[in-house]
Structures are given as C-alpha cells and as structure tokens.
Design a binder for this molecule. Structure first.
Ligand SMILES: Cc1ncc(C[n+]2csc(CCOP(=O)(O)OP(=O)(O)O)c2C)c(N)n1
Ligand SMILES: [Mg+2]
Length: 343
C-alpha cells in the first residue's frame, strides 16, 4: 500500500482532508522521485556512464511539480536542457528517461536525444531544447494551434533567468500577448546563467517580472521552492489562459544545488550562498509542511526509502540492458517514423 493510500484509510479523516493529504503526499513523492533520479544521474555521470552532458536541477523540483499539478491531460509543457524534472512531473517513465541518458535500449527517444532533448509527447511534454530561447516561439505555435482548434488546452513553457536576455524571449512574449495565446511562461530564476550571476547582466532586479509590463502583463513572482505556492500561481495563470484571458509570465525564484552541468564544480559561488539556499531546500520545506499538517515523519521517510529503492532497481536494470540496435539509427527521425531526406 502506498503512503497515499494509507492516508486515505486513516480513520477520522474527512474525504476532503484525505484528498488534500493524498495530493500533498503525491506532490512530495514526485519531488522525491526527481531528486533521487537526478542524484543517481550525478553518480552515473561521475562513473562515466552517461552519454553526453547532463544538466541537473536538484533544488528546483518544486517548480516542475507545482506547475504540473496545475495541468490536466491534453495540456502541453516544454522546457530546456534542464528538463528531467519537467518530463518526470508530467508522468514520463523514469526508466525510459534514464535509459535515454545511458544510451541503452528502451530510451524514451530511442537514444537519439540524450539528456538535453528528452521528449514525451504521450504525456504532454513536448521536449527539452538546448538552444536558449528557441522553444519559446515553439510554445507560442502550440498555443496558437490549440487556440485555433478551440480545444481548451494550455501550454506551459519553462526557461531560465538568463533566457530573458535573448531576443526570442521578447518576440515570444509580444506575440503571445498580441494574440492572447493560452500559454504560461515560467522563468525558473536560479540566479545564474551558466557561470554568471544574472544580477551582473541585467538592468532590472527581476529578470522576468520586471519585464512583464513591456507586454502588458502583470509582474508575478513566486517562491519557487514552495511547491504549493508554485501550484497556486500556476493554477491561477493556467485557468486564466484556459478561459481566454491570454498569457502570463511567472517568475519562480529558486536555486540549483549543483553546477550548471554535472561537469561543473560551481566554484564561482560562495559556500555561504549555497548553504543558505540548501536550508530552503524544497524537500525540507515540504517535509516540514507535511509534518505540521499532521503527517507522521516516518510516513514521509518511508516515501524517500521506497522511491530511492525503486530508482536503484531501475538503474541496475538499465545498466544491464544492451545498447540500442544500430538499425534503429535510421528510424523515427520524422513523426511518421521514417528518416528519408525531404526538401
Ligand atoms: C542561443 C544560445 N546561446 C548560448 C548558449 C549557451 N548556454 C547554455 S546554457 C546558458 C545559460 C542559460 O541560463 P538560464 O537561462 O538562466 O538557464 P539555467 O541554465 O540557469 O537553467 C547558455 C548561455 C546556448 N545554449 N544557446
Ligand atoms: Mg539560470
């Protein structure tokens, strides 16, 4: 029985309370899954087993999980190379994502994408993009199609603070505002663009929120380490978009615990700064919230142990799996499954 099922069965708890508790535990479990998954990747990367780079987002889990909780099946999300969390939060199978990174059979993109291009259309995750800002106009295109088709779907587009200095950010925001598109832009302000503090390279304090007025949008800043705060902000923005109210720009303030990529020791940050942010680790904050709401600490610890064991099992199986069949290198280059050159 999962922790969620267990809480549902606690005597004396009303259905509403049980549902709220179940949802709180579900969000916690998702954040733990992402943390355990990326911690495992970090280890495998150092062992030389990950093919290509890996950009980890330990410390930023609450953004992905809070936002995904505001979406329903049929909604779309799209992100950057720091995108494992966003794929997993929408329901991408962790073993297929891990196999993709390890270059093993069963990878979510059959080994053709790697960490920086994780895509899971089935679960509404329309890809991770390595070119800064490139996916913001793509998010507009998806939202425009949904608006045209009147299907009620909403697109959520995640990107970093540094991306707000790229032209495509401004073009996409303007386009979305002019066309009243059902899209929510979420800036994950982790305060660094690669090795540069964002504060050194912008003329305003808030990279996204202070630019919102240029597109007729409200400045929205949310604590990106508080999963419930992120959910509340996204729930509002997504509902607004679904109701024809147009785009929103949300700035979620957060911090990556590690370096820009798994290869970066992040020596450009002070130990004090990292320690301060680690005190505000989204998992620590949410554990405290759960315990304050009456969930036993053992119950929370059990989630971590169970998910950790599951990730260990997935990793062992993936490492034992063969490489993809070389013949598959020529399949699935196009959406119809082919690879024939087209002009
Ligand atoms: C068009 C383009 N220019 C430069 C780069 C190199 N680059 C990779 S990550 C990065 C920093 C992005 O910072 P941010 O948007 O804050 O995202 P974060 O990595 O913090 O999630 C840069 C400049 C790139 N990938 N694409
Ligand atoms: Mg950044």
């Amino acid at each position: 029985m999962s922790a969620v099922d267990h809480l549902r069965s606690v005597p004396g708890v009303t259905t509403v309370q049980a549902t709220e508790r179940a949802e709180a535990l579900r969000r916690h479990e998702q954040m733990v899954l992402i943390r355990r998954f990326e911690t495992k990747i970090d280890v495998l990367y150092r062992q030389g087993r990950v093919r290509g780079p890996a950009h980890l987002g330990m410390g930023q889990e609450a953004v992905a999980v809070g936002a995904a909780a505001a979406l329903r099946p049929g909604d779309r999300s799209i992100g950057t190379y720091r995108g494992h969390a966003h794929a997993l939060a929408r329901g991408a199978p962790p073993d297929a994502v891990l196999r993709e990174l390890l270059g093993r059979e069963g990878g979510i993109c059959q080994g053709k994408g790697g960490s920086m291009h994780i895509t899971d259309v089935e679960h509404g995750y329309f890809g991770s993009y390595a070119i800064i800002g490139a996916h913001l106009p793509i998010a507009c295109g998806m939202a425009w199609a949904d608006q045209f088709n009147e299907n009620g779907a909403v697109t959520v587009c995640f990107f970093g603070d540094g991306t707000t200095n790229i032209g495509a950010f401004h073009e996409a925001l303007n386009f979305a505002a002019v066309w009243t598109l059902p899209v929510v832009f979420v800036c994950e302000n982790n305060h660094y663009m690669e090795y540069t503090p964002i504060a050194d390279v912008i003329a305003v304090k808030r990279p996204a929120a202070d630019r919102a007025a240029a597109y007729g949008l409200a400045p929205i800043v949310v604590d990106g380490n508080d999963v419930d705060a992120v959910h509340a902000a996204l729930d509002h923005a997504v509902s607004r978009a679904r109701d024809g109210g147009g785009p929103s720009l949300v700035e979620a303030e957060t911090y990556r615990h590690g370096g820009h990529s798994a290869a970066d020791p992040a020596a450009y940050r002070s130990a004090e700064e990292v320690a301060q942010w680690k005190e505000r680790d989204p998992l620590i904050l949410h554990t405290a919230a759960l315990v304050a709401a009456g969930v036993a600490a053992e119950e929370v610890a059990e989630i971590d142990a169970r998910v950790g064991a599951e990730i260990d099992r997935i990793a062992a199986e993936a490492l034992a799996a063969p490489a993809p069949d070389p013949a598959t290198a020529w399949t699935d280059m196009w959406s119809d499954g082919s690879s024939t050159w087209r002009n």
